[in-house]
Structures are given as C-alpha cells and as structure tokens.
Design a protein around this ligand. Structure first.
Ligand SMILES: Cc1ncc(COP(=O)(O)O)c(C=O)c1O
Length: 404
C-alpha cells in the first residue's frame, strides 16, 4: 500500500505510532530520485564510503579537544592528525609552523582562522570581496570586527585596485584579507600573490586568509595553492564534503604563522583531558575517518585524476551549451559552468544554483556526460523552434582549453 501522506506528516512525532522504516525509506527514495538531476551543487558523488560507514557508523567517535593531544578512547584523532598532515603537506605548509583540525565545514574553518587572526590583530579591519561566501560577513559580525566590502569583478575575482584603495584608506590599522579560492557562483580564484604584495606594503601588518572551501584540494594538487612562507597566506579553510565527497558536512582548517599561539591559547580542560583549541567542543570523529579514507584510498594521483576528469566534463558542458547557442563560460581551472539562467522548469528539475540572470552547474567528480547531455536536451527543448538550429559559434580558446 502506498502512503499518500507527506514526509512531514509521516515523521510528525506528535502522531503515534510512527512507521520509522517507512520514514527512513522515504528520505532515501526522495534523495535517490533527485540525484540524477542534481548538478547545481558542488558535492562529488563518485567515492564509495561504505567501508567506513559500515565499520564505524554505529557508535560515537568524539574528537573533543585538540587533535594533537594524545590519550582518551573512542575518538579518531589519530586519523584526524593524518588528514591534517596530508592536507598540510599538499599545501606545502612548513612542518614546524602549522596547526589545524577537522571542522564541521568551510564555515567553521573560516571562523576558526579569522578568530585566530583577529585575536592576533584586534584592531584589524577584515576585507572581503562581494563574491565571498555569505559566511564571511556573518563571521565578522560574530567577532564584533569591522568589515570592509571590496567590489568583485564581473567574473567573480576580487578587484585589486579597489582593495588597494580600501587598504590605503585604513592605512593606520592592521588588515585581515579574506581571499577566495573558488567563489560560490563562478569558482573564481583570487590572486593571492597580488593580495600578498598589497599586504606587504601595508605597514601595520595583517593576515591573509584563503577561503578554499570548493577548490582548495584541486588547486593544491595543481601546485597553485600553497601555504608556505613565500605565499604570504596565513590560513586556509577547505570543505570535506565538496571535492572529497564525504557524506557528512566537514572540512579542514590549516593555520600557519601563529600555530604556536593557537596551541597555547587553548586552555586545558580537566574533565576532557585535552586543550580547548577548536571552535566546537565535541567534534565528529566519523568525519575525520571518512576524510582519511577518501585520501587513503585514492592518494594524490587518484585525486588529480578525479579533478582532471571533472574539469574535462566542465569543458565539454561549456562547448555543448555554446554550440546550442546558450551563453556559458568557465574559468579554465573550474568545475563550475556559469550560464544564463534557464527557464524555471529546467532550473527546478536540474536543481540549479541561481543568482538572478546567472546560474551555474558544477561538474563535480561523479557527474556524467549523460547527465550533461540530458540537461542540454531539456534546455534546447525550451528554445523557440525558430531559433533552432542556431549557427555554431566558435568556442573561445580560453573556455575550451583544459588546465595544464
Ligand atoms: C566559497 C565558499 N566558502 C565557504 C562555504 C561554506 O562551506 P560549508 O557549507 O562547508 O560550511 C562555501 C559553500 O558553498 C563556499 O562556496
């Protein structure tokens, strides 16, 4: 017998008895039904995490406290340290000046890094671009800091002359600048060497944080994102459920320059027997194990291959959309394809992320050419017959080229 009630009605805890199995099955059925047309959000879907979920999923793994602290049981801090170490090595962070942990996601990573930086520079203004993630102004408000919004260019990258002008205006106070490596809508990557050079000329000093939620791992694999002393970058925040496709929200934050200070700020908590260096108290040990597994089973080469395949598909999507006469483009390194917003039925079916006239699809690992073709055929079906076939447009080399 099919249940005609909505999921909300079936799950309503005030209505007994509840068919728990039916509710859980319904959640899975709905998610499975949406998956083939879910190309608007940046979660990779190609990795198999069952080994961890089956083995560890049934109990509590609580990584409360500092990941570097030994002792305790029923936590995965050992795996967490491995994850932080792998990401630190990938980013070429100096082994004697790095500290980090597995967070609940990119937002907590940004908060942890900006909290540490603001603690070091309590008079600082915090600069962020208008293309930065919405978590940044929220974090600035939480810290009680003063933010400076810097206009982004049309392609999503920060406008450096404007940043320079803002820095000059506030030349007497330190500057904490948030650059983004993979903005949410266009996956633009701010040029951190330009920001570093501007900060070098800012005499009260400051800090450069990179919000690399989406593109941190792939750019680090390319050698394009580094956390060494030359980079001038002091901290990086990455999401774990995006490129690494972990099936629970998580992330990694890495801090350089004042790793020792962060460690010593954490006060010891007697009853947990660890130092309180992280934003949250109890922390998800399962997430650390899932991240460790995603890294251990694929390694640098496996993840490089995943990134290359996904970028290749994004190039294909741009090529096909352009050939069909639908305006589309991407940054050369990006999984994200930016396009004119399609009509509502197409947008709704394909779960596109939309910001007014602009939408995007994200060709994350696990998205297939067949899905892109089906999306395109739905889109083409909405075009007035008179406009088909449109003349084939030459593909601009910048868009068609694969990243080196
Ligand atoms: C650029 C950027 N920063 C931060 C975040 C927030 O990450 P999370 O959802 O993991 O907290 C996102 C999420 O989409 C993002 O695109």
């Amino acid at each position: 017998m099919t249940d005609s009630r909505t999921l909300g009605e079936s799950a309503d805890l005030r209505r007994a008895p509840i068919d728990v199995t039916a509710v859980l099955d319904r959640l899975v059925r709905d998610a499975d039904a949406a998956a083939p047309t879910s190309i608007g959000f940046p979660g990779a879907v190609d990795l198999d995490h069952h080994a961890v979920l089956t083995r560890l999923g049934g109990r509590l793994w609580n990584n409360i406290g500092d990941p570097e602290d030994p002792g305790g049981v029923a936590h995965t801090r050992l795996l967490e340290r491995e994850v932080v170490g792998w990401v630190g090595d990938l980013l070429a962070a100096p082994a004697d000046d790095r500290w980090g942990y597995v967070t609940t996601g990119g937002t907590e990573g940004n908060l942890a890094a900006l909290h540490a930086a603001y603690r070091r520079h309590p008079r600082a203004r915090i600069y962020f671009s208008t293309a930065a993630h919405y978590s940044i102004p929220k974090i600035i408000a939480l810290l009680g800091a003063r933010g400076v919004r810097v206009e982004a260019r049309a392609d999503g990258e920060m406008d450096y002359p404007r940043l320079a002008a803002h820095l000059h205006r506030h030349r007497r106070v330190p500057a904490i600048v948030v650059a983004t490596a993979g903005t949410t809508m266009t996956e633009a990557v701010d040029d951190t060497s330009r920001v570093r050079d501007l900060l070098a000329g800012h005499s009260p000093g400051g800090h450069l944080h990179v919000d690399a939620a989406l593109a941190g791992i792939p750019l680090a694999l390319d050698g394009r994102l580094r956390l060494d002393a030359d980079s001038g970058i002091g901290s990086v925040a990455i999401s774990g459920h995006k490129f690494l496709g972990v099936p629970t929200p998580c992330g990694v934050v890495l801090i350089r320059e004042f790793a020792t200070a962060v460690r010593s700020h954490g006060s010891p908590v007697n009853y947990t027997a660890t130092r309180d260096t992280t934003i949250t108290g109890s922390r998800c040990g399962l997430a650390a194990a899932l991240l460790w597994h995603a890294i251990a089973t694929h390694g640098r080469e496996g993840h490089r291959w995943r990134a290359a395949e996904a970028r290749h598909l994004a190039g294909y999507a741009v090529e096909q959309l352009t050939a069909a006469g639908w305006p589309a483009w991407r940054h050369p390194h990006a999984f994200t394809v930016v396009l004119d917003t399609p009509p509502e039925p197409v947008r709704a079916k394909w779960l596109l992320a939309t910001d007014g006239p602009v939408s995007h699809i994200v060709c994350m690992p696990g998205i297939s050419r067949r899905q892109i073709d089906a999306f395109l055929s739905d889109l083409v079906a909405t075009l007035p017959a008179a406009s088909l076939p449109r003349p084939r447009q030459p593909i601009p080399p910048r868009v068609a080229a694969e990243p080196g």
